[in-house]
Design a binder for this molecule. Structure first.
Ligand code: PLP
Length: 400
């Protein structure tokens, strides 16, 4: 297998599994228990919280463990809106992950939302106004558009750090400054940036920032939400006193340990991450663009994370190519893994290039430091073979 889909998920690092093992075997207590067999695990979680905090320049108390970044994104948006019930406008972008976009779309629906149980927080009344900021053909966001979109009504801004489909980076430092200056809460989905570029919440003062472990060597099922100390927060999931009352549910000690360990490891490799993965990504990208006809890069040449390339194969349907690549043992994707079972075109590429068929004819490749040059070479040969066979079919059936 040649795995070129690290933006979808990553393998568990061996050291991570090793660190987790005691908490999957002998140390299975409940950290909230009064006796030491359980309560001693509190310090284990505290260490993991510290490790995750250090990856983003945050203190441990500002980190809330969640089940995934989808939950973190939902929790941040819900908390910001609850804190500002009078303000009924959200600003986000057309290229966010579905965990932000679909929540915003739901919030747009009109009609009152009645919680069957009443509730401590004012229930979220739907009918929000949402501005979905556009991006240009390179996937870049214009800060002036954000400035213009924020009004007196705006409760929050939710914008990502790095795009999962193209790797394109948003100007988050400028975005956070604009939000601060305008007195609007800022949530940043930093899932694809974590472990790939430096994140420091002291330089990018987001109020909320989402992470997930499985994108950087921890298992699936654990995420984190950074909540700035003075930012308003109310839980999405009510329960016990876990996570300092910010997220109910018995702590998943093993997964928290795994995410903490993974955070520590990727942080230590951060200085050389770009140098390691960029040549592999460029070998693949340049190889495709120079040897396969009718190909085009989607996304800015330089303003993107070093491991990602997104390429349109004009005249070739993404799904057909991905099936043939799968037969050759090559894993790549046509967008977010969360939407892979829908036959919708990529909303990200559609937002960038609305006038072309690129959104149905693109493939995302994402490498990591463990990807080997020989694998890239083999993938290039397979891509050459398969795109040629699909182009022949397209010519025979008159599709090009
Ligand atoms: N945000 C981005 C940018 C992502 O790429 C993903 C995962 O694909 C998510 C959020 C959701 O992460 P999770 O799978 O942990 O819910």
């Amino acid at each position: 297998m040649i795995y070129l889909d690290h933006n979808a998920t990553t393998p568990i690092l061996p050291e991570v599994l090793e660190a987790m093992m005691p908490y999957l075997t002998t140390e299975w207590g409940n950290p909230s228990s009064a006796y030491r067999f359980g309560s001693k695990l509190k310090s284990v979680i505290a260490t993991a919280r510290e490790q995750v905090g250090e990856l983003i320049g945050a203190g441990p108390l500002d980190v809330v463990f969640t089940s995934c970044a989808t939950e973190s994104n939902n929790a941040a948006i819900a908390a910001a809106l609850r804190a500002n019930p009078a303000k009924r406008h959200i600003v986000t972008s057309q290229v966010e992950h579905s965990s932000v976009l679909n929540y915003c779309r739901d919030l747009e629906r009109s009609g009152d939302f009645r919680s069957p149980h009443g509730g401590v927080n004012p229930p979220l009344r739907q009918g929000y106004g949402v501005t979905y900021l556009p991006v240009d053909r390179d996937g870049l966001l214009t800060p002036a558009d954000l400035e213009a979109a924020i009004t007196e009504e705006t409760a929050m801004v939710s914008l990502m750090w790095a795009n999962n489909e193209t790797g394109v980076l948003f100007p988050v430092e400028q975005i956070s400054q604009i939000c601060r200056a305008r007195g609007v809460l800022f949530h940043c989905d930093a899932v694809q940036a974590a472990g790939k570029i430096e994140i420091d919440v002291r330089n990018v003062p987001a109020d909320y920032l989402s992470l997930t472990g499985h994108k950087f060597g921890a298992p699936k099922g654990i995420g984190a939400l950074y909540v700035r100390r003075k930012a308003p927060f109310s839980p999405l999931i009510y329960g016990g006193h876990q996570e300092r009352n910010r997220r109910g549910g018995t702590e998943n000690v093993a997964l928290a340990v795994g995410m903490g360990k993974a955070a520590e490891i990727v942080r230590s490799h951060l200085p050389e991450y770009g140098e390691k993965v960029r040549p592999l990504r460029d070998q693949l990208e340049e190889g495709i663009l120079s040897s396969i006809p009718n190909t085009e890069l989607n996304g800015h040449q330089t303003q993107r994370i070093a491991n990602t390339t997104n390429i349109t194969f004009h005249g070739i349907e993404s799904e057909a190519l991905l099936i043939l690549l799968d037969k050759e043992g090559i894993c790549a994707s046509s967008g977010s893994a969360c939407l892979a079972d829908s036959d919708e075109p990529s909303h990200v590429i559609k937002a960038m290039k609305p006038d072309s068929a690129a959104s149905r004819q693109m493939v995302r490749f994402s490498v990591d430091a463990a990807t080997m040059r020989e694998q890239v070479t083999a993938a290039l040969s397979a891509l050459g073979r398969e795109t040629e066979s699909l182009s022949c079919v397209a010519v025979r059936t008159g599709r090009v």
